[in-house]
Design a protein. Structure first.
Length: 383
């Protein structure tokens, strides 16, 4: 029989007593000295990829012509966010022509592609849609790159709103989301490999949504990016009916190769994603096992800070623009205040309680980069 517990006086465990005394001591010390604690620190990312994404100058004459002639500012005018405007550009690119099996393969120049479609009934396919969308994005100062998939070609667009690369498929006029967050090619490939796509939605024109299917994601069974997005200044190289050359803009459109008649092989700098341990046959391009090669963050604001000597309530802050080819300046916001222009170095004086600082890049095209922010709790000495 287990012994009965006597209903005598109860004592606190030794650990509880020690903890209570420690809290009391710390409370007394807090009254005699200042106290600071970093509550949140969400900093910009450093570009860790093993290459540089090659882009055309966003002020290239052909991009400026595309923007003005196609009135792209009007195309995106109804979009409230950068992401909304990217979707509007995709929908616009999709509407420009209908595909066909036989067509002349033009140079990678959006204006030329549109001219051939409108003036000569050229029914180009997924590559040309991707080129038009990519260069439309570039003309508005938005970073974009090409994604090469099995039997398909789409555009990856950098979103400052979501701080990630997103898949935009202008041929099918769709993108993909989970929980309202749009997805990139690397994530879709991972979903395919793991057969975990139950929560993915296909989002089409005017926001129409449906559940993704295995057939939808079949194109993402393999995933690679083209690290060149500068075909206006450096035309693609290709093999055409036994001859090697560059696909340049022709004075006579009839000089372009004909799909369905001519033999074409293109040389592009592809970086192929391959998880470690994957025993799939080697494919065209350079293979990478490093997710950072595909992450490639743009327009990042990196915050550096340290306490000012002799001032317990003041921090010195330095801002660094990382991977921002169109960088114009910085904006900062203290607490819930308005965003204001800022130098790259400044002092931040803390008030008692929670102090919040947000920073971001402003580009020469008017876009604002992903937000970096930190929160510090500060309590001054009372003696």
């Amino acid at each position: 029989m287990a012994p009965r517990r006597s209903p005598g006086r109860r004592f606190l465990p030794a650990k509880t007593v020690v903890a209570s005394l420690a809290a009391l001591v710390l409370g007394v010390l807090a009254l005699r000295s200042h106290f600071t604690a970093v509550l949140e620190f969400r900093n910009g990312e450093l570009q860790a990829a093993s290459y540089r994404l090659a882009e055309d100058d966003f002020l290239h004459p052909r991009l400026r012509l595309l923007r003005t002639r196609e009135r792209l500012d009007e195309v995106v005018a109804s979009g409230k966010t950068q992401f909304d405007k990217i979707v509007l550009l995709r929908e616009w690119a999709h509407r420009q022509w209908e595909t066909g099996r036989r067509f002349r393969y033009p140079c990678w120049d959006a204006v030329e592609i549109l001219d051939l479609a409108r003036n000569h009934g050229n029914r180009a396919f997924c590559v040309q849609y991707a080129v038009v969308l990519l260069q439309a994005c570039q003309s508005l100062g938005i970073h974009a790159r090409y994604l090469n998939l099995p039997g398909h070609f789409v555009t990856g667009v950098w979103s400052d709103d979501f701080s990630r690369w997103l898949v935009m498929d202008p041929l099918r006029d769709v993108h993909y989301e989970v929980g309202g967050v749009p997805l990139g090619g690397w994530e879709l490939n991972k979903a395919w490999r793991r057969k975990a796509w139950q929560n993915i939605w296909v989002v089409g024109p005017a926001g129409a949504r449906r559940r993704v299917t295995a057939e939808d994601l079949a194109s993402y069974s393999s995933y690679s990016i083209n690290i060149d997005a500068n075909q206006l200044s450096k035309p693609v190289s290709y093999w055409h009916n036994g001859k090697v050359g560059a696909l340049v803009r022709e004075a006579d459109y009839r000089n372009y190769p004909v799909i369905g008649r001519d033999t074409l092989v293109f040389w592009n700098k592809y970086l192929v994603w391959r998880p470690r341990g994957d025993a799939s046959p080697m494919t065209e391009g350079v293979v990478s096992f490093d997710p950072d090669d595909f992450r490639y963050p743009e327009n990042q604001t990196v915050m550096l800070y340290q306490r000012c000597r002799g001032h317990e309530d003041r921090f010195f802050v330095r801002l660094v623009a990382e991977n921002s080819s169109t960088f114009k300046g910085f904006q900062v916001r203290f607490g819930d205040g308005a965003w204001v222009k800022s130098p790259d170095r400044f002092d931040w004086t803390l008030n008692p309680g929670v102090n919040r600082l947000s920073c971001r890049i402003l580009t020469s095209f008017g876009w604002t980069g992903p937000e970096s922010r930190m929160s510090i709790f500060y309590w001054p000495s009372l003696f």
